[in-house]
Design a protein around this ligand. Structure first.
Ligand SMILES: Cc1ncc(COP(=O)(O)O)c(C=O)c1O
Length: 415
């Protein structure tokens, strides 16, 4: 609009100045008041704090802040009452004392690697490791001059043989991602301790409940909270828990440098999920076992890789060290049945969804090509099967309905 069309500073279309607000200054009143809400509030849940800015009562308080001190607040990225409460609850779940929360399980793996490794170091991964962890090691970390070494998780000699004086960290995973082998964690930890190597474990399958890594001397426990703790297939988050304050401080320092952080809504959803996790885990575990037993009796299935069944490598270790089984397991289909028919069987499932991120209330099925590009890391040389692997996750539906669904879909394996 040209200047000469403004009359007395007013917009001729409205006959008002653009800033013609009432004289009692609503812009300030919208932001400032003297109201103090009565406390305490008796709601059962932790309040959701959304914050980037944290304000300080005085400059002196700002100058005195200690960003590493988790009893105070500095910046939303570094902790809020909501995220600190969740961190404390996860630490208690794992039987640890300190916990760092990050935006995904994979970010938790990356945090451990980046906090503890530097150029010239090497670190160990089991050869059946969660594949993105392997990929992180062999791509980004390799670019930083950090070497990834693989060991056979069922062979303590292979673990010890991979260690040298540059080995700073050994990852453990139980059971192995997708291929489900259960390693002897106490034996591997004893070797690592003797050789002065820190151990970190991916404890996601056991949900912090079914296996207690700190009781076996593990230094760091990583958990993809995305899975059972969330339970809703709608939040991504990861945690790293320790009992050692110095180790926790190294993780916290790296976390701050990397700028990982979790939002208030996600932390709240996670707290809500945790409250029902034990009940969901029981139902999912019981359903998983019912499905595994049904599958074990089917002629189309060559092997059921469920830690609670003797057909799973490391079953005796599971029996010795675990407090139960989760609902995630795999089967190997008879190698006379080609991959196309296995895909058709999965497509025919009505209750099971086809998807990767497990731990929610819905059942899932996913095919994998073990040892092939994009498949789980375990080398074909240490993989005795030739048929297609299918990973099942049992949700919390009625087990009879899940079995009936498998039964109708299995017809496709015969065609
Ligand atoms: C065993 C295991 N560890 C870690 C992760 C990574 O978790 P997120 O999906 O939160 O990155 C997953 C995810 O599938 C997993 O199954």
């Amino acid at each position: 609009m040209s200047r000469d069309r403004l009359v007395d500073g007013n917009d001729p279309r409205t006959d008002r100045a653009p800033d013609d607000f009432p004289p009692d200054r609503p812009a300030t009143r919208l932001l400032h008041d003297d109201y103090v809400a009565p406390s305490p509030f008796g709601g059962l849940n932790v309040a959701v704090h959304h914050a980037s800015t944290v304000s300080f009562p005085t400059v002196a308080a700002l100058r005195a802040r200690d960003v590493h001190n988790e009893t105070g607040y500095t910046y939303g990225l570094h902790g809020t009452p909501t995220s600190f409460t969740l961190a404390a609850r996860v630490a208690a779940l794992e039987g640890g004392d300190h916990c760092v929360l990050v935006p995904s399980g994979l970010a938790a793996i990356a945090l451990v690697d980046l906090a503890l490794l530097t150029s010239g170091d090497n670190f160990l991964l089991p050869d059946n490791v969660y594949n993105p962890s392997r990929d992180l090691g062999t791509s980004l970390l390799a670019g930083f001059g950090i070497e990834t070494r693989f060991y056979d998780p069922l062979d303590a000699a292979s673990f010890e043989g991979a260690i040298d004086d540059r080995t700073k960290l050994a990852w453990l995973e139980t059971p192995g991602s997708v291929t489900m082998e259960v390693p002897d964690i106490p034996a591997l930890v004893a070797i690592a301790k003797r050789r002065g190597v820190l151990t970190a474990i991916d404890n996601t399958w056991a949900a912090g409940v079914l296996f207690r890594p700190f009781d076996h001397g593990v230094d760091l426990v990583m958990h993809a909270l995305t899975k059972y703790p969330s339970g809703g297939s709608d939040v991504l988050m990861g945690s790293v828990t320790t009992r050692d304050l110095a180790l926790h401080r190294r993780l916290r320092a790296a976390d701050m440098r990397l700028g990982f952080g979790v939002g208030g809504d996600d932390a709240y959803l996670m707290l809500r999920g945790l409250g029902t996790m034990a009940v969901r885990l029981r139902q999912s575990g019981a359903n998983g076992l019912a499905l595994a037993l049904w599958l074990a009796a089917r002629p189309e299935i060559a092997a059921v890789l469920h830690p609670a069944l003797p057909s799973c490598p490391g079953h005796a270790i599971w029996k010795r060290d675990f407090h139960g089984a989760a609902g995630l397991f795999s089967v190997v289909v008879d190698d006379a049945i080609d991959e196309g028919r296995v895909d058709a069987m999965i497509d025919a499932l009505r209750l099971f969804h086809i998807g990767f991120s497990w731990g929610g209330v819905h059942s899932l099925a996913v095919p994998y090509r073990v040892g092939l590009p994009g498949g789980p890391a375990r080398p074909v040389s240490r993989w005795p099967h030739r048929g297609t692997l299918v990973r099942f996750y049992a949700g919390i539906e009625d087990a009879q309905d899940l079995i009936a669904d498998l039964d109708q879909a299995f017809v496709r394996l015969a065609r």
